[in-house]
Write a protein that binds this ligand. Sequence first.
Ligand code: GLV
Length: 296
Amino acid sequence: MRVLVPDLPEFRELRVEGVEFAFYSAEQLPEGEAEGLVLWLTPPGLQGQLLNWPGLKWVLTLTAGIEHVAGALPEGVTLYNAHRLHDRAVAVHVLAGMLAAARGLHRFRDAQQEGRWKRTLDLGTLDGARVVIWGYGHIGKILEDLLRPFSAKVTGIRSRTPDAERDAALAEADWVVLLLPSTPETKGIVNADVLARLKPGAWLSNQGRGDLIDTDALLAALESGHLGGAVLDVTDPEPLPEGHPLWQQPNVIITPHIASTTRDLIRRGADYTRAFLTEMQAGREPEGRVEAGQRY
Ligand code: GLV
């Protein structure tokens, strides 16, 4: 079986019985057909060509989200994703943001940059905090476990949660954590109406996709003081351009879409690929298959 993989040192070291690796990069594309494609950190402009490679039967995207592939996948090509590669780091990132916000670290960092010793009583813990995890899946479960020692009260919302139940949970929340994928149904799901229903002072954490939130509505809710603040790893637009008003919001903590990143991510991605291909070569179905009905 011939498989296209990114040209990275960790992937160059891969050996799997019966698999021939062909390496792609912005500088060089291999020749000849390939049955599989491991899509990751793809140079801009290359993705379309890779997804339409002659002989392609399956694609493994080493991301959790699939919206970059979904609409562009030729008929009959099987798609796999790799949420397990990212779940724990994202959950840790959410917790880190919540603790940073509760302890006011962003405000102290701002004061530090001005060399000011600025004390305040306006600090909290997560004791008793009502946390709504909107998009409760693998990451949500890990986050719930991580939050347990902090005595937060977690409610998970899934797509099948009845609207009334969801709205009641949102109205009580001190934190709303968005872990939803980007789909036609979730685009702009956090709009002015939803923000208005949140408790005054509630915080929002978006670790899903930027387009889940209507950015203008978010800015308005922050500026009016209705929303306590936001921790955003994803934004709309993304990357957030220089001069965008979100940069200037005192109670917004922005990270540049790195929630799932760890120092050893590439190594873990290569290890994941090896395990995936070993399963396939053994005639077993590897994990992560995205059924056609789940693609948007
Ligand atoms: C990152 O956002 C991912 O989908 O893996």
